[in-house]
Write a protein that binds this ligand. Structure first.
Ligand code: DOR
Length: 426
């Protein structure tokens, strides 16, 4: 089967390409990328005028909740939400039930993903057994089973000696180490950002230092062990100056933030809105501005969703009992496009943070529009405006503060594994 995508804006960070042209696909493979391709034979034509033609996004921070919490999400629904969000590869976090600290769980995830998954799934295994922060998991066996990275996401490895050993051990097995940067002694019992709103609402605050201290410790260990660390979901202005310092020191690290940290502020929780309860918490306007500048300056390399589904059972309750997290696979691209609209990023530098850099963190070949590459293509209308209603959301859980809000930028079609998915929703 031949497919010809006509007159789209082709943006591919793997080749530094941004031009208007055509893409020809045959039997699931890209066979031509040119200014103009004319063919006479039978071909399915996709008109992409005014649309962007992109390699599939790679989201390295996703909670698929399987095994163990399938009432929130499962591999089938989570990867369907990914497909609709233009995310064609996801790395799934290990805080499942049981946690992914064994080859059995890793293999279960991969097997289920191969049967039910809409997109490619890369399991992230635990740094420590049961995510208890005490004993380093068996990285060799986890890697052999298919894990691409390790993380205790949801928790920081509080014990510095354990983390140091984990970095050295991960280096041997070429596994990425993703750190959830939160000093849990400082954040304990915290509900929202510490500041004006925590005082006003009478909720215990989480100070910025909980994140900063964790980031500094991890950077120091990365320097000493010469093993790069990936710093997940950064939210505070304070960490940015330390990222700058680490670059000057030549420390190897990568840093990530999520759309909610450059879009929303702590004000969202003013009415005790549990949909805006997330960990780390939403911060201040000043934090948002500095996170955006850090993206622009290249201090933050990766944008990931931290897709964290929770059901009404965990969200429609008193604020302090509500679980932190929001879904994000279908808002990742529209919210990130605001960075281009506001002039912080160009389309190419945005795609670096959504495709190329996350692939580098995991050590995988990035999705690409190169001739000969498998077609993993997303066609987007960057200008289309719509309201994010529940029926648009493919995730089992609908916990997002963007529900019923206007978004701009919509995934129209996906080409993956030789199939065309027409995702246009009305
Ligand atoms: O808000 C969050 N939710 N942050 C995390 O780090 C974990 C996640 C979850 O698993 O729900």
């Amino acid at each position: 089967m031949r497919i010809l995508i006509k007159k789209g804006r082709i943006i591919d960070p793997s080749q530094n390409l941004d031009f208007i042209g055509d893409v020809l696909i045959e039997d699931g493979k890209i066979i031509g990328v040119e200014n103009s391709i004319e063919i006479q034979e039978e071909v399915e034509i996709i008109e992409a005028k005014n649309f962007w033609v992109l390699p599939g996004l790679v989201d390295i921070h996703v909670h698929l909740r399987e095994p163990g919490e399938e009432w929130k999400e499962d591999i089938e629904t989570g990867t369907k939400a990914a497909l609709y969000g233009g995310v064609l590869r996801v790395a799934c976090m290990p805080n499942t039930k049981p946690p992914n600290d064994s080859p059995e769980v890793t293999k279960y995830i991969l097997e289920k993903a191969s049967q039910k998954g809409y997109v490619t799934v890369y399991p992230v295994a635990c740094i420590t057994k049961k995510q208890e922060g005490k004993e380093v998991a068996e990285f060799g066996r986890l890697k052999k089973a298919g894990a691409v990275a390790v993380s205790d996401d949801g928790k920081w490895v509080q014990n510095s000696e354990v983390m140091r050993r984990a970095l050295l051990y991960a280096k041997n097995f070429d596994l990425a180490v993703i750190s959830h940067c939160e000093d849990m002694n400082l954040s304990k019992g915290g509900q929202i950002n510490e500041g004006y709103f925590s005082a006003k609402l009478g909720l215990k605050g989480i100070p910025a230092s909980a994140e900063t201290i964790a980031v500094i410790r991890d950077l120091i260990l990365a320097k000493e062990t010469k093993k790069p660390v990936h710093l997940a979901h950064l939210s505070t202005k304070e960490v940015v100056s330390f990222l700058k310092w680490a670059k000057e020191e030549g420390i190897s690290f990568t840093a990530e933030t999520c759309p909610h940290y450059f879009t929303l502020t702590e004000k969202e929780v003013e009415n005790y809105n549990t949909l805006a309860k997330v960990n780390p918490p939403l911060r201040t306007e000043e934090d948002v501005e500095i996170i955006k500048k850090a993206l622009k300056e290249g201090l933050i390399d990766v944008i990931a969703s931290d897709h964290a589904p929770h059901s009404p059972l965990e969200k429609e309750i008193e604020f302090e009992y509500a679980s932190p997290g929001m879904i994000g696979l279908q808002t990742l691209l529209p919210l990130s496009l605001n960075l281009v609209r506001e002039g912080y990023l160009t389309p190419l530098t945005l795609l670096e943070k959504l495709v190329l850099n996350p692939s580098k963190v995991l050590g995988i070949d990035p999705p690409s529009l190169k001739k000969g590459a498998p077609a993993e293509i997303v066609i987007v209308d960057p200008e289309e405006e719509y309201t994010l209603t529940e029926d648009i959301l493919q995730s089992k859980s609908k916990n997002t503060p963007f529900l019923n809000k206007k978004l701009k930028g919509r995934v129209k079609k996906v080409i993956l594994k030789g199939k065309v998915f027409d995702l246009t929703f009305s």
